[in-house]
Every structure is written in structure tokens, then in C-alpha cells.
Design a protein around this ligand. Structure first.
Ligand SMILES: [Zn+2]
Length: 425
């Protein structure tokens, strides 16, 4: 989609070649050739692509002085000269390789930060990762925890509801720090939006609690419900529920990375058979942004059991699926792919396309993710996260007690508290 990239591709594609201080091989600097110990940017070295020896930062000055621009495009003379250079070439005293590695590490798990890193540090375009992950892989790495409970890392719940002609599907997700998430429940309400019982059932879902691993009971902090199929019924129900727990949403195609959720706008609703002008709130969700984010999260490498045992955490954004998620659910979750399409006016654009008919699991995930945005979790301070952790409380306490028989009896204290969630909107 980038005009600069297109022009550069059509040029002779010059890069700045510098000599290896060890073997003298001329090469252009690539980020992939930097190696360092994870979490320790100060250990960074450049590895020569010819002799594999380590090149330290202090060599850079002399290398730059001996550098030359060379065309890298093969074939006939393209007639246009194009230059590309990255921050890896920053002269001594500017941005060091160590600074670059530090930025890279800080950007992990955050699409926006990674995109900025690619654009401004490497001078490269950002490629949306759109190929659907393999459902079998997701299925194989499902995890086991007690059905319907929230694992320890989950700090609040959101739900996404997809309204169809004959049913409403709801997925409940638990969210922890850095957008790590766990699928906690999958609920299908039989009945279309025209039936009063459908809405009564949905209200029962709002009143329900799920038990946290620490004993606390969690309610859904925010349910985002799609208004696309039957907007007036959804607006009216949304108005009746108030703004505390329910957010009617409307999905729109396209990306909006800086603000994937916008609103609310005010739309007409009905109350007691009467139309109420601007009586309900409606949020607009750029669904492509959250689909891309979800698929990127699904592709994250997972720590091995040994690494987990040694205290290494799951990377930011990890999606945990429970053992009860069946193959149909997993297939629905990866039911779309991002493709480049030509518009009628000859431009290209990115578009999500369905690979199979049913994709409710992905839609519900996107809505539940939008609900996370609506409660403000994308912008919460460290203090807010700590506060949530404190509300849920410490891990269940196991206290050994002497019994008369001299045996050790374990008493498990499970505090029963319902966490009242206060969102920002
Ligand atoms: Zn070398």
C-alpha cells in the first residue's frame, strides 16, 4: 500500500555497503544480523554475513567511512535511482545498536509500537499478518483448567455477543495484563431478537458470575453486542440495560489502528413502544484492526514447559483456549484471511474474507476485544492494574493445621467476594 515502497521497488534499489572489519566483505546492514541475549540489549553484536564474526558498535565509524552505495536490483537498468538506509547506520553518538534493540524489545506484543519500529527505525513497511493460523494447531495446544472458572492471570471479563436470526452466541473472555486472554465460556441462547425470552436469557448472562482461581466471583465487566443484524432491538435492549455493563456496537470494515473503537454516537431507541430520539449509545468498531491483532496473538511462540517452570511468562497477548473448545469453535476462530484486493478505481486495499461460512467465534472475540477497549484497559495505568489484582486478592491460602491425631489437615480458604467492576465509560 506504500507509495514509497512501490517507487523504491521500481528503482535500482541502492543500499549502503560497508566492509566487515574482520574479513573485509562488503555488505549492507540488516536487523536480522544483530544478536543479543534476550532482555540484555547491552550484549548486542552485529554478525558478519560472510565470516559470522562479531562486529561491535565501536567498529561502525570506520565501516561507515569506507562505505559505498550499490544497486541491488538485478536485471536491466530500471532508469530510476533509489536509496534505502536504516537506523542501523546511525553514526557514533546517535542511535546505537543497543538503543535499537531496546526499542525492539519494548515494542514486542504491541502492533502499534512494532509498526512504528519498522517504519522509523528500519525504514520498512509494515506487513499485516493476514494468513489464517492453522485451526489444528490451536486445537492441539488447548489447555486444561476447571470448566467455567477464570485462571489466575485473568483480571476481568468481557463478552462479545453475536445476534443471529435464530440465536445469540456469546463468548466470555478473561483478560489479564498485556492483553493476555482466556476463553472462559461459550453460551448459545436459542431464539431470535424478536423474542422477549432471548433478552431475558441475555440478562441472566449479565447477572451470572464466574469463579476466579483465587475464589473471587467475577461478573462480565462489559458485554459488547453486535447491532448489525437487528439494530433497533439491540438499541432498545441496550437502553434498558443502561451504560454500565452493555455496549451496542456496529462493526465497520477497514483498519483504524490508533482508534479502533470510536463513539459513542447516539441513536434512536424504543421504550414502552415509543420512539426515543438519540436514546441509546452505539460504538463503532474497526473490526479489521482487532482481527489482525488476534491472529498475530495466535501466532506467538509459547514458552516450553521447562521455561514456564523456570519463571518465564507467556508473551503479551497470548490467547489461551480451554480443553472444551471443540474443533468447530477453533475452525470458526480462524475462519477468515486478510487478502489484497483491487478496487474498481485501480487502487489496492486489504480486506478480510471468510474462508468458511460460520465465523461467530472470531466475531465474538472481536466484540469482546472491543469491550476491553471500551472499558479503557488499553490505556490503564500500572496503578489501575495493581488495584484490580488487589481486589481479586492473593492466591488461595493453604494453611497446614495440626489435628488431634497429629495429622496435617489442609484448610483451603476461599474468599467469596463479588468484584464490582468500575470501567471508565
Ligand atoms: Zn566478516
Amino acid at each position: 500500500m506504500s507509495r514509497i515502497e512501490r517507487e523504491y521497488e521500481a528503482s535500482d534499489q541502492r543500499r549502503f555497503f560497508v566492509p566487515c572489519p574482520h574479513c573485509g566483505t562488503m555488505q549492507w546492514l540488516k536487523f536480522e544480523r544483530l544478536r543479543w541475549d534476550k532482555g540484555r540489549p547491552e550484549t548486542v553484536r552485529y554478525h558478519c554475513e560472510a565470516c559470522e564474526q562479531e562486529i561491535a558498535e565501536h567498529h561502525k565509524g570506520a565501516m561507515l567511512a569506507a562505505g559505498v552505495w550499490r544497486a541491488t536490483a538485478t536485471g536491466s537498468d530500471p532508469g530510476t535511482i533509489g536509496f534505502h538506509i536504516s537506523a542501523l547506520y546511525s553514526p557514533p553518538g546517535w542511535q546505537s545498536w543497543r538503543d535499537i534493540v531496546r526499542l525492539w524489545e519494548a515494542a514486542q506484543g504491541n502492533d502499534d509500537a512494532l509498526r512504528v519500529f519498522k517504519n522509523t527505525v528500519l525504514g520498512e513497511t509494515w506487513t499485516e499478518s493476514g494468513e489464517a493460523p492453522d485451526w489444528q494447531r490451536l486445537y492441539d495446544r488447548r489447555e486444561t483448567w476447571t470448566n467455567g472458572t477464570v485462571p489466575a492471570g485473568g483480571l476481568f471479563l468481557t463478552a462479545g455477543a453475536d445476534v443471529q436470526k435464530d440465536r445469540v452466541e456469546i463468548d466470555v473472555w478473561a483478560w489479564g495484563r498485556n492483553l493476555e486472554s482466556w476463553l472462559v465460556d461459550h453460551i448459545i441462547i436459542d431464539g431470535g431478537p424478536e423474542k422477549a425470552e432471548t433478552w431475558t436469557s441475555l440478562e441472566q448472562v449479565l447477572a451470572k458470575t464466574w469463579q476466579h482461581a483465587n475464589g473471587a466471583a467475577l461478573k462480565i465487566a462489559r458485554l459488547a453486542i453486535d447491532s448489525g443484524y437487528e439494530s433497533s432491538a439491540v438499541y432498545t435492549w441496550g437502553r434498558r440495560m443502561g451504560v454500565g455493563q452493555v455496549s451496542p456496537i456496529k462493526g465497520v470494515e477497514g483498519f483504524n489502528r490508533s482508534s479502533p473503537v470510536s463513539g459513542p454516537t447516539f441513536v434512536d431507541a424504543t421504550e414502552g413502544g415509543k420512539k426515543v430520539r438519540r436514546g441509546a449509545r452505539l460504538w463503532t468498531v474497526a473490526v479489521s484492526t482487532f482481527k489482525s491483532e488476534t491472529y498475530r496473538f495466535l501466532r506467538l511462540e509459547r514458552p516450553t514447559d521447562e521455561e514456564l517452570a523456570s519463571g518465564i511468562r507467556f508473551p503479551a497477548g497470548t490467547v489461551h483456549l480451554p480443553s472444551w473448545a471443540d474443533s468447530e469453535w477453533c475452525k470458526q476462530f480462524v475462519a477468515e484471511q486478510l487478502v489484497t484486493v483491487k478496487t474498481r478505481r485501480g487502487f489496492t486495499k486489504l480486506e478480510w474474507q471468510k474462508l468458511r461460512e460460520r465465523n461467530e467465534a472470531l466475531d465474538c472475540r472481536v466484540y469482546a476485544r472491543a469491550a476491553v477497549w471500551i472499558v479503557g484497559a488499553d490505556r490503564w495505568s500500572e496503578a489501575k492494574w495493581r488495584d484490580l489484582e488487589a481486589q481479586i486478592g492473593p492466591s488461595e491460602t493453604v494453611q497446614p493445621e495440626e489435628t488431634q491425631a497429629g495429622q496435617i489437615r489442609r484448610t483451603v480458604r476461599r474468599p467469596r467476594r463479588i468484584i464490582k467492576f468500575s470501567g471508565m465509560h
